[in-house]
Design a protein. Structure first.
Length: 234
């Protein structure tokens, strides 16, 4: 496996020249960390060129250490600037010889799942979208320059197939929001599947956080994610 650290993020891909389909991976609110790099390597082992993106290249990362502070930071983060950063990542992958003309998908976790869905509605060059427990609805009263529209409203402009993963015990994302997302996607033109795990909460994929990690849900989600991306990006 080839890996590379750069200013845009962490790149992982197969040893051969390819071309291979590409995947942009967006980390959670804590930013690009070893857990995200591990997930990128796991996906690269399945035959993808994966860019684990630094989402804060244009916004800077706030100072926070507690989940409540992290949520406050997300509320003040510029969606347009993060979307620009994601578009840069898509273009970066598209320009790689190892990807060339192959299709590109996107996945992300927590805050990254939120931006995964928004990017699939706003960015150019995406052929698959796989959000993990990203927020779907913003609190009222946020600055519209920073948060122009809710992820649930953005899905009207969705540009590719979706497979999303959520936990029924998530204290951040109400099940009602997940069901609304499912209904809106079902009414749209693209293939979509939303998987809701009854015994999982937020960050159930994160094996670096034992209190949150749910092995059964994580294994099942991965077993669905890989064939979804292979099919959509073929």
């Amino acid at each position: 496996m080839q890996t590379e650290e750069s200013a845009i993020g962490f790149l992982a891909g197969p040893d051969d020249a390819g071309p291979h389909p590409g995947v942009v991976m967006i980390p959670d609110v804590w930013g690009l960390a070893d857990h995200t790099r591990d997930l990128a390597r796991r996906l690269a082992a399945e035959g993808f060129v994966v860019l684990a993106l630094d989402p804060y290249r244009k916004t800077g990362k706030g100072e926070f250490s507690e989940p409540a502070e992290a949520m406050q930071f997300i509320a003040t983060l510029s969606d347009p600037l993060v979307i620009e950063t994601i578009q840069d990542g898509i273009d970066f992958l598209r320009a790689r010889d190892q990807v060339a003309e192959r299709r590109i998908g996107i996945t992300g976790f927590c805050m990254g799942g939120q931006y995964t869905l928004l990017a699939a509605c706003e960015c150019e060059g995406l052929s698959a979208c796989a959000p993990f427990y990203g927020m779907l609805r913003y609190a009222a009263g946020l600055d519209p320059a920073l948060k122009p529209r809710q992820p649930l409203d953005a899905v009207a402009d969705l540009g590719c197939p979706v497979m999303g993963f959520y936990g029924a015990e998530d204290g951040i994302i109400p099940v009602a929001d997940v069901q609304e997302l499912r209904a809106k996607l079902a009414a749209g033109p693209h293939e979509a599947e939303i998987v809701l795990y009854p015994d999982a909460g937020h960050a159930f994929m994160n094996d670096s956080r034992p209190a949150m990690y749910r092995e059964g849900a994580a294994r099942d989600a991965w077993s669905r994610l890989v064939p979804f991306l292979k099919g959509a990006l073929a």
